[in-house]
Design a protein around this ligand. Structure first.
Ligand SMILES: [Zn+2]
Length: 208
């Protein structure tokens, strides 16, 4: 434990109580009571299906300058994936437009991909996908609009992805439009296989 953690202990990221927390930020009771298992739907792995607290943590990570939460959650996800004996050559992530990146200062998808990659002991490819067009935020758009909004926004390159088994990472999946588009690009550029990993899957219509 770091000396600063003793002076300024972190509360449990889930219940907010000041208790001993593990390397993922959870206290023993939350670890025990939450369904900490890897789920898979199609080719997408996810840890939490709609969970209000997790959604809030991911929102704070994205919009409030606190990527700490997404790093902890993705790291936990990476640990479970490593136990699952998955095998990939690299992780890729949903890129941000250059301008948006310079405003936020970090990309939460990249942070999630790095945390998972560390546990899987594979590299993160920051050049596998590029955002070539600036679009509207997906949040607040309907399903059809979301699909249209991400069309031709991402580009991949054969020199980085050809023949690779890729784990494509994002923090959250709602309709899957963004991940579908990124996956399509990776496959088009010659990826041997693409699977996806998100911390939270929030089915449409259940957003609160
Ligand atoms: Zn707790």
């Amino acid at each position: 434990m770091n000396i600063l953690d003793i002076i300024f202990p972190h509360p449990c990221i889930y219940c907010g109580k000041f208790k001993d927390t593990d390397e993922f930020g959870f206290c023993a009771e939350c670890m025990e009571s939450l369904p900490m298992k890897l789920n898979k739907r199609g080719n997408t792995f996810y840890l939490f299906e709609y969970d209000k607290r997790i959604s809030t943590l991911l929102k704070i990570s994205k919009y409030a300058g606190r990527p700490y939460y997404v790093r902890m959650l993705a790291s936990l996800m990476g640990k479970l994936m490593a136990e699952n004996k998955t095998s990939y050559d690299l992780t890729a992530f949903v890129p941000m437009h250059k301008r948006s990146f310079s405003i936020r200062g970090y990309n939460q998808s990249q942070i999630a991909a790095e945390a998972i990659a560390r546990k899987l002991r594979i590299p993160v490819c920051s050049k596998c996908l590029k955002k070539v067009k600036k679009n509207k935020k997906q949040a607040g758009l309907g399903k059809a609009e979301r699909r249209y909004n991400v069309k031709d926004v991402y580009k991949s390159s054969a020199s980085y992805v050809k023949g690779k088994r890729i784990l494509l990472v994002d923090d959250i999946m709602t309709t899957g439009s963004t991940l579908n588009e990124c996956e399509k690009e990776l496959r088009y550029a010659g990826a041997a296989n693409v699977e996806r990993a998100v911390v939270a899957y929030t089915p449409v219509g259940r957003n609160r």
